[in-house]
Design a protein around this ligand. Structure first.
Ligand code: SF4
Length: 326
């Protein structure tokens, strides 16, 4: 039986942070053996907000591709590619834009929120979820790994697939979400880890940078010094221990934090050591890839070729269904 298809994508924001890795990339890596998988670096999407800073894009794409491969995405098993290198994304976006009513896009929750908070009002920004739908439908994806905030976009993609199929005949499967199970990874200030908050730890940070960032992390505000009893359940350092420390270590930290026997300075050092240990093999592979940039560009070129084959097939089906010239 043919493998089911997964499409996943991230905007090129440069080196990945722990939130990207734990919340998305690890999940993709675990799926690549069982699915026909397309991992897309969606550079056109980033133009909705970065249209006036395009000089950073190429390096951000490169750094992200390095982290994808260093963390374990295998270019032999999945297509790792850049969206703009498969021009069919744009063609399908255009064709879908003819059949999707504007109010469908205006009611997407992130449109209203972000257009206000980021002051974005371009035509491309309104069409963001439509381009995302085109990304997914172009590979006739059965599943899309997403976080909860992206569920309305997948629902919209299903609506678009139904509308297209209803008008022209069955071309697209209705994609389902594959909700990512990982809890949100806290940043150094206790909020969700995000580059836009400046509270992130990157896979590419050095061990010293990592230890330095962790040494400044927020903790339980009631625990001012060693000896004060702490509340690990409200401490972001403890949340990171749950990812990077062993069960025995976590139990001991929980106990010693509450009793006051453990101080935050020592606990943060311990966390930094564990994170650095976990990331050491990824950082070593990333350093090799950065020293051989041609390998990375070749992986992206090869990925675009593989993705382009599938995208080409789909567009032939779409043009035939719509009775357009081939
Ligand atoms: S000892 Fe550790 S878990 Fe407890 S408050 Fe300090 S940093 Fe947080």
């Amino acid at each position: 039986m043919a493998q089911q298809v997964i499409l996943s994508g991230m905007q090129p924001t440069g080196s990945l942070h722990l939130g990207n890795y734990e919340g998305a990339l690890k999940n993709w890596i675990s799926l690549q053996d069982d699915y026909e998988m397309y991992c897309c670096i969606v550079d056109w999407h980033s133009l909705t907000s970065l249209y006036d800073k395009t000089e950073v894009l190429k390096d951000q794409i490169f750094q992200m591709a390095v982290d994808y491969v260093a963390a374990g995405l295998d270019p032999e098993k999945c297509a790792i590619f850049v969206q703009s290198q498969v021009k069919e994304h744009a063609e399908l976006h255009l064709l879908l834009s003819m059949v999707v009513p504007t109010p469908w896009l205006e009611r997407v929750p992130s449109y209203k929120e972000k257009s206000k908070s980021l002051g974005l009002d371009s035509y491309g920004f309104l069409g963001y979820p439509l381009l995302q739908a085109a990304d997914i439908l172009l590979y006739r994806a059965n599943f899309v790994p997403v976080g909860k905030d992206q569920l309305p976009h997948i629902e919209l993609t299903r609506e678009i697939a139904r509308r297209f199929n209803g008008l022209y005949g069955e071309v697209f499967p209705e994609p389902q979400d594959k909700l990512t199970k990982f809890a949100a990874v806290p940043g150094t200030d206790g909020n969700r880890m995000s580059k836009s908050y400046g509270n992130h730890i990157c896979l590419s940070d050095t061990p010293e940078e990592t230890a330095n960032k962790i040494s400044k992390m927020f903790t339980d505000p009631q625990k001012l010094r060693k000896g004060d009893p702490g509340r690990p359940e409200i401490c972001p350092v403890f949340t990171l221990h749950q990812i990077y420390s062993s069960k025995e270590e976590i139990e001991k930290i929980d106990r010693d934090c509450r009793s006051g026997a453990l101080g935050c300075v020592a606990d943060k050092k311990h966390l930094a050591e564990n994170i650095n240990k976990a990331l050491a093999p990824i950082r070593a592979r990333a350093a090799e890839l950065r020293a051989n940039p041609d390998t990375v560009w070749d992986i992206l070129r090869d990925g675009a070729r593989k993705a382009g084959e599938k995208a080409g097939e789909t567009m032939q089906m779409v043009r035939e269904a719509m009775r357009l010239m081939q």
